[in-house]
Design a protein around this ligand. Structure first.
Ligand SMILES: [Zn+2]
Ligand SMILES: [Zn+2]
Length: 303
């Protein structure tokens, strides 16, 4: 059985319905991974509503057993959860894993958005068996799928995940500001500064090692170079830096993710074309796509 990755929400920050976003989609962060008998959901942005409908259609009255990995609790990554239909059927099991909410525990944060001023049904009242667990280990298993977590460079606490399936690995960093690193020639001796644990170079090397050889990398590439200059420190990716990172980490395919709500379809396509030019200029083998709602990716990759 192959591993299948499906994009249910690819937009960053806020949903963007309307005629200018129909091609790439307007729902926020949600990805489904079917691998080795597991249903693994990455983030619960508004895209999870459609995934829930599809799961209910597929399983009918049979129990659904799924694991939801949250990267963090910003709205665009959790807001679809109250509309995920499988939690309203008692036969279903949903295990939710994430790093603790920045100030309160994960369960308090998730239940908070379903308290009565915001939503009519409390998270603890839903009929399904919902288990919320704080991520204690950065290396664990979901069935046979090994999962590694790493901290992202994003305000508050935010992690990214790498899933090792029997058909290849998938890494997911929906919100991450890649560390800008001055282009030292490959093999150049590291300076004392660049070896310092907190330095951009050190963080960048750690990320490259974490991602090395990933088959499918889904990563925040919200801004172009010009926009990034105006949003440095906001915790989101600069396209050129993300492409450079993917090339250095010898990634197979890069999916640009967390599309800016102000970018229409034409703008996203333009950024994709720019990313492909960067790869061609380096004579790289990296395949680049812009994540598109409804699209699927199969592993092993057909090169
Ligand atoms: Zn986000
Ligand atoms: Zn965020």
């Amino acid at each position: 059985m192959s591993t299948v990755v499906k994009f249910w929400g690819v937009r960053g920050s806020i949903p963007t319905p309307g005629p200018t976003t129909v091609e790439y989609g307007g729902n926020t962060s949600c990805i489904e991974v079917r691998a080795d008998g597991q249903i693994i959901i990455l983030d619960a942005g508004t895209g999870i509503r459609l995934l829930g409908q599809r799961l209910v259609e597929e399983f009918k009255t049979q129990p659904i057993d799924a694991t939801l990995l949250l990267t963090h609790t910003h709205w665009d990554h959790i807001q679809g959860l109250p509309f995920f239909m499988p939690v309203y059927e008692p036969q279903n099991h949903l295990r939710i894993l994430g790093y603790e909410g920045a100030r309160h525990g994960l369960e308090v944060v998730l239940a908070g958005q379903m308290e009565s001023p915001f939503f009519p049904i409390g998270l603890r009242e839903v009929p399904a068996n919902v288990r919320i667990e704080e991520l204690k280990e950065m290396d664990f298993h979901i069935g046979p799928v090994r999962v590694q977590a790493a901290f992202a460079n994003h305000p508050g606490i935010c992690v990214g995940y790498r899933l090792f399936t029997s058909n290849g690995s998938i890494a997911f960093f929906p919100d991450n500001e890649s560390f800008p690193v001055s282009a030292a020639p490959p093999g150049a001796a590291a300076t004392a500064d660049s070896r310092a644990p907190g330095s951009a170079q050190h963080q960048n090397r750690k990320m490259i090692e974490f991602l090395r050889g990933t088959d499918v990398l889904i990563m925040d590439a919200m801004y172009d170079v010009q926009e990034y200059k105006e949003h440095t420190g906001w915790g989101h990716g600069c396209l050129d830096a993300v492409v450079a990172l993917a090339l250095q980490a010898e990634v197979g395919a890069l999916y640009l993710f967390h599309h800016d709500p102000d970018h229409d379809d034409a703008r996203v396509s333009q950024m994709l074309a720019h990313a492909r030019k960067l790869v061609a200029a380096q004579k790289g083998k990296l395949q680049v796509e812009a994540a598109r709602e409804g699209a699927t990716v199969e592993l092993p990759r057909q090169c």
